[in-house]
Unconditional design. Structure first.
Length: 343
């Protein structure tokens, strides 16, 4: 039997394992600009994330206007700590967000696309990547939704508007047709959407070149503005089920939509409850338990796992293996969020 998988905030010492996970998956991570692309950037991200976690754990976390901070999460084998998947969030305080909106043309006879770069405050859900060894083990939901459990735990310290940019339509080489229809008109030195993504990472100030433009919304553009990339559709459906909704903003490079919600609107938040841990038999967990995300309530030692839990009793009942994976003992205060609705 395979070990229990848990989601935890990354530590500085996890950098080598994370890079090993990502190194051989270049073809699968095209366009996932939030993921590190070298051993050095992986270590830097882990160091940065560890500092963010330390501030959140001590209640000293603060953001200045224009500042952003990142927090990285790992799905790991609870016994070996082998990284199986990676996800993250970025906290942004009044940080500009370059986007495209659709509106009526000035002559009132058609539709146009308008790009703008307006500052707003949000907690962004970053790209997730699941390694081959973890696929088919019900880890994807843990990787995506487990971070929402953590966000609810620290909600008083962070921006409570949750947002997610979904990848738009791209071809087999990772190029976005929408870039050819829109952004390339104003930044012709970037020949492809990949060039644009890399250029903006290297020099974010170039975002200004893509803001403040208007173009007609034509039939060819409609084919590439709004559709979600096939690989991102599972994430899209999961976010919709969590309560996020499209806000009418689209990525100026790949045309993908943005989803947002208040943290209070999230399904994970609405089904959240706290109670002491109680060990139950595997049989009781299987027959009476509900599919749930169960976590400890410590920010510094945060762990969350997906398991069957009896959550209607005064206690949260889970099997001994799951409790051990959380680094907890019977009586420890746990939090549980139900993933399936009761019949």
């Amino acid at each position: 039997m395979k070990n229990q998988v848990v989601l935890v905030p990354a530590r500085a010492a996890d950098a080598d394992g994370i890079w090993e996970l990502l190194r051989d998956a270049v073809d699968e991570t095209i366009g996932m600009t939030a993921l590190p692309d070298s051993p050095q950037s992986t270590q830097e991200l882990c160091d940065h994330s560890a500092k963010t976690l330390a501030q959140l754990a001590t209640g000293s976390f603060q953001l200045a206007d224009g500042e952003h901070r990142r927090l990285l999460f790992l799905a790991i084998d609870s016994v070996t700590r082998t990284p199986l998947g990676i996800s993250g969030v970025t906290f942004k305080q009044s940080v500009p967000d370059l986007s495209v909106r659709v509106g009526t043309s000035p002559d009132g006879l058609g539709l146009v696309m308008r790009s703008s770069s307006e500052p707003w405050t949000r907690t962004e859900l970053n790209s997730s990547f699941l390694g081959v060894d973890a696929r088919g083990r019900r880890v994807g939901t843990l990787l995506s939704r487990g971070r929402l459990v953590f966000l609810n735990l620290i909600r008083s310290q962070i921006p409570t508007t949750i947002s997610s940019h979904l990848r738009g339509r791209v071809d087999a080489d990772g190029h976005a047709p929408f870039w050819d229809r829109f952004g390339s008109n104003f930044a012709p030195h970037w020949k492809t959407s990949i060039d644009a993504e890399l250029g903006l990472i290297a020099d974010p100030s170039q975002l200004k070149a893509l803001a403040g433009h208007t173009l007609p919304l034509t039939a060819p553009v409609l084919e590439s503005l709004g559709p979600v990339n096939a690989a991102s559709l599972p994430a899209f459906h999961l976010l919709i089920s969590e309560g996020l909704e499209p806000n009418g903003r689209y990525d100026p490079i790949d045309g993908g939509p943005t989803l947002i919600a208040s943290i209070d609107q999230l399904t994970t938040k609405k089904t959240h409850r706290h109670a002491p841990a109680q060990i139950i038999t595997n049989e009781k967990a299987r027959t009476e338990g509900r599919d749930a995300l169960v976590s400890v309530t410590s920010v510094a030692e945060f762990r969350v796992t997906r398991c069957h839990a009896v959550i209607d009793d005064p206690a949260i009942g889970i099997a001994a293996e799951a409790l051990t994976a959380l680094g907890a003992t019977e009586g420890t205060l746990l939090a549980a969020s139900q993933l399936e609705r009761p019949a």
